[in-house]
Design a protein around this ligand. Sequence first.
Ligand code: NCD
Length: 361
Amino acid sequence: MTPNRLVDIPWAQFSALSVDQKAPYLAQSDGTPFHTLFAQQFDFALLDRLTHLATEIRGIAKTRAGMGFLHELVCHKRAMLYFSQPSSRTFLSFLSACQILGVQTGEVRDTATSSEFKGESREDSVRTFSSYFDMIIMRTPEKGLAEHTAWMLSNSERPIPIINAGSGQDQHPTQSLLDIYTLVRSFENIGGLRDRTVVFVGDLARGRTVRSLSHLLTNYPNIRQIFVAPPQLQIGEDVLANLRGKGVAYQLSDDFRAAIPEADAIYMTRVQDEWDKEKGDSARIDITRFHFGLEQLKLLRPHAILMHPLPRREEIAVAVDHDPRAMYWRQMRNGMWIRTALIATTFGCDKRIHEYHRQNL
Ligand code: NCD
């Protein structure tokens, strides 16, 4: 690991930059992430590198000898899982990724049991973790906390990497990595992730996974994005401005039925009612037209895939799960492999993995 450039810039100056301008400050000297905070840190070359590494890791992990090799790769490192917002799969996925690489873990999931309850600031708490750990993986309801923590630790005597595992309604960069990995794998034998239509459905206003994935898709050629939602839950203008700036074709719609036959991939999301300004606000929106059941399945093209970051509610009928185009369970498992690839790359052991793969597989 090489030190990142966040030491070169005061917080007031850094925080005023656009996300695109911030990205280079978070990288190691070889261009790989030191801190992983935003989807904007990943370009095509880096995504290609991570998806290949994830596939190598998953191949190596198939044998006992391979697993043994992976287990000792970073067994001298410890990671803190700081999840102050509910999570099951992202938490377990990161935990499993750490275990695969032999990284020891500690966790705080309930701030009521930490010294934050005694009035300690979030910054002081996180700084405490940095005394014991070599990486912090953090999920918080606050939009900029991971970013501020990254800056603060980079400017402390123990700079350690931060991985953003979901920050407020804003970003979920590692979810979008697993979404990209799923798309790349699904299309690899039928022309690749290019010239495709991705349809996003549901609560696009408050779903951070959509915001991050919409951006990552701009790294692939000719991917049209269709945003299907009731007007109150439609995608934010900042996401659309980003697409216009990159010359990416997009459409807004509230006609799900019409969009299904156009899709190569459909990305369903749940209503994010935990963000309601007044309790019950979301319940007043009719979302049933944006559900996917056996009727909708008939309209889906044979090669198309159905994705969901999970957890789901009623937006995908359980009866759909058995269709081979339902990709969400495999999508979730892909998360473990791509997060393993990201942690391995952050700790600089990706070359040893390539070498092992070349020699043994
Ligand atoms: C998503 C999240 O937390 O943003 N879940 C996840 O990480 N798989 C989606 C959601 O909660 O709806």
